[in-house]
Design a protein around this ligand. Structure first.
Ligand code: ZN
Length: 290
């Protein structure tokens, strides 16, 4: 077979593969998102990824987080069902793709603001299973940042390491309401996902939550995942993190192996073998809890 017929054969074969793929591939549509009213000017968009806060002002909308890339059209549709104001700012709680993946779409039209470490987490691609096209915030801060829009304030602040080393808690003073990112989940069975590659820490986690609860005047909490909750729910979660850490630390200090710790987390906390929980946290816990 001469070279040109080989090329033709190859091109023909690739065409057939393409036709077959186009015939059999059906894109799975992203899960349906819903919008829930918390206050007249504050909503929560739930489903597929982290909870998005939608704060409406007379000069535009401020979001907290933007879910995955694939959720952009639905997020905009849900916002449009409650306001015609443009989305002016997004305050990111942290760098994970289920909270900041939507940056790829929003970055063209909206100013995105995160901690410096959340920005760097995206740039360094610290989340191993995140898509390659993630876009970091253009504006960053290390301690605290406020947005003043339409006579309202939203405050984003770093209180210390917990889920990652760049988690922001976002506070709405007018409602005494806090978006906690993934430093708290209202699901009663939830356990902390400690992202050691992203700078997380189970030792600092409880201190960070104590810091937040001692220094901020809030009652309601919009968690990173799960239904609306409050300070009492956050305190209960904080105490569960402490129990988990104590159990793990007792085992590590008794000289047990990483396999033993993995087994404990599997039996007592349903951390499935090979899960993100196990992969991200267990090696780091072995080092940190010595
Ligand atoms: Zn996360």
């Amino acid at each position: 077979m001469n070279r040109s017929s080989k090329v033709r054969l190859f091109v023909g074969a690739m065409f057939l593969v393409g036709v077959f793929a186009a015939y059999t591939y059906q894109a799975t549509p992203p899960p349906v998102l819903t919008i829930e009213k918390v206050y007249d000017d504050l909503y929560m968009i739930v489903g597929d990824g982290g909870n998005v806060a939608v704060y409406i002002t007379s000069e535009g909308v401020i979001l907290v987080d933007d879910k995955y890339d694939q959720d952009h059209a639905q997020i905009m549709a849900r916002i449009r069902s409650v306001t015609n104001q443009p989305v002016k700012y997004i305050l990111s709680t942290h760098y994970h793709a289920d909270h900041s993946g939507g940056n790829t779409q929003f970055a063209n039209e909206t100013e995105i603001i995160s901690t410096r470490n959340a920005h760097d987490g995206i740039v360094k691609h610290l989340q191993s299973n995140a898509p390659n096209n993630m876009v970091p915030a253009r504006v960053t801060f290390t301690d605290e940042c406020s947005i003043f829009l339409g006579g309202k304030e939203v405050r984003s602040k770093f209180y210390g390491r917990a889920h990652t080393n760049g988690d922001a808690f976002v506070y709405f003073p007018a409602h005494r309401l806090l978006h906690s990112g993934d430093n708290f989940s209202s699901n009663p069975a939830a356990t902390p996902l400690i992202d050691y590659p992203g700078g997380g820490s189970v030792v600092e986690w409880t201190k960070t939550l104590d810091n937040v609860m001692n220094s901020l005047d809030f009652d309601e909490v919009m968690p990173g995942h799960g239904a609306m909750s409050n300070k009492v729910g956050m305190k209960a979660y904080r105490d569960r993190v402490e129990v988990l850490r104590s159990k793990a630390q007792a085992l590590v200090r008794a000289g047990k192996s990483q396999e033993d710790l993995a087994k404990l987390m599997e039996t007592d906390y349903k951390w499935a073998p090979g899960s993100m929980f196990q992969k991200w946290a267990v090696p780091g816990m072995m080092t940190e809890l010595k």
